[in-house]
Write a protein that binds this ligand. Structure first.
Ligand SMILES: NC(=O)c1ccc[n+]([C@@H]2O[C@H](COP(=O)([O-])OP(=O)(O)OC[C@H]3O[C@@H](n4cnc5c(N)ncnc54)[C@H](OP(=O)(O)O)[C@@H]3O)[C@@H](O)[C@H]2O)c1
Length: 277
């Protein structure tokens, strides 16, 4: 580590948005800890790191595992003694009509997307507070701004992240710590493949089967115009590099349009618009 070198930690760096954010941070001189729950997935990042001679280290961190989070943060603290940026990115989607979801499926979804973010943030905050600086970036979603059919579990986790971030930003501001929310629209990553379908919703006799079918079609269509994970990484990096970062950044033309529509429409008009998608 060179003196004055800034240190960044990214969760869920094995693919997609986390992978691109880890790369852009390392390419811009941050000593970047690209964390992932399965280190067998590190080979692509490692080979880019070697080729470009990047200040990047792959570290095991499963956001659902208290010991894994504690050990990773301890090792990074021992190595560097500081953390300038934490990017809470790890997450997956759980799809299915609310009535078809079990409480356990919803708890598991929250365990990664919400409690996982809480675990890493609480592990790193004491370091940022002591150094009187730091940036916490929470990867939310357009799903943190509005709901849609079959998304009640996933959307709830992202609404929760939005509320947590807004409140946290007040508390840590006096210690020089900033909180940033990134709200991507549809992004081409492994997200759809990794998404989990509620078990009961697979049953063709589910009363929600027709809705599942029509949503599957709409989501496929929306994905055709999805943005790249590089776009999200660029927006995230610009926010981190800004002297006065905003609380929220939208990432993608689609989410910009939806959020603008929500601002100018009544709830009922917006509800009808989402139904047409
Ligand atoms: N793609 C989109 O359209 C979109 C839109 C809005 C927001 N987002 C958000 O963006 C974030 C990244 O998603 P993505 O699109 O880049 O999808 P992705 O390619 O599937 O990446 C998700 C990452 O999270 C990791 N992860 C999952 N559970 C984890 C755990 N318990 N501990 C540590 N890492 C874990 C995955 O690791 P493994 O490889 O081990 O599974 C993977 O690295 C998520 O929070 C997602 O909600 C995505």
């Amino acid at each position: 580590m060179t003196s004055n070198q800034k240190v960044a930690i990214v969760t869920g760096s094995s693919s997609g948005i986390g992978y691109e954010i880890a790369l852009i941070l390392a390419r811009n001189g941050f000593l970047t800890y690209a964390t992932m729950r399965d280190l067998q997935k590190k080979s692509t990042l490692e080979s880019i790191k070697d080729k470009e001679n990047l200040p990047l280290k792959c570290v095991q961190l499963d956001v659902t595992d208290e010991d894994s989070v504690r050990n990773a943060v301890q090792d990074i603290n021992d190595d560097t003694g500081r953390v300038d940026v934490l990017v809470n990115n790890a997450g997956y989607g759980l799809n299915g009509a609310f009535e078809d979801l079990t409480v356990d499926e919803i708890k598991t979804q929250f365990e990664t997307n919400f409690y996982g973010l809480i675990r890493t943030t609480q592990a790193i905050l004491p370091t940022m507070r002591r150094q009187k600086s730091g940036i916490i970036v929470n990867i939310s979603s357009g799903a943190g701004r509005f709901g849609y059919p079959l998304g009640s579990a996933y959307v709830s986790t992202k609404f929760a992240i939005e509320g947590l971030s807004e409140s946290l930003s007040f508390e840590v501001e006096p210690f020089g710590i900033k909180v940033i929310l990134i709200e991507p629209g549809m992004i081409k990553t492994n997200f759809s493949n990794a998404s989990v379908l509620a078990k009961k919703s697979i049953d063709p006799n589910s009363p929600y089967a027709p809705l599942m079918k029509s949503m599957e079609k709409s989501i496929k269509q929306l994905h055709e115009n999805a943005s790249s994970s590089q776009l999200v990484a660029n927006i995230t990096f610009d926010a981190i590099a800004s002297d006065k970062p905003k609380l929220r950044y939208l990432a993608g033309k689609d989410v910009e349009q939806w959020v603008a529509a929500k601002k100018k429409m009544s709830d009922e008009e917006f509800h009808n618009m989402i139904k047409q998608l």
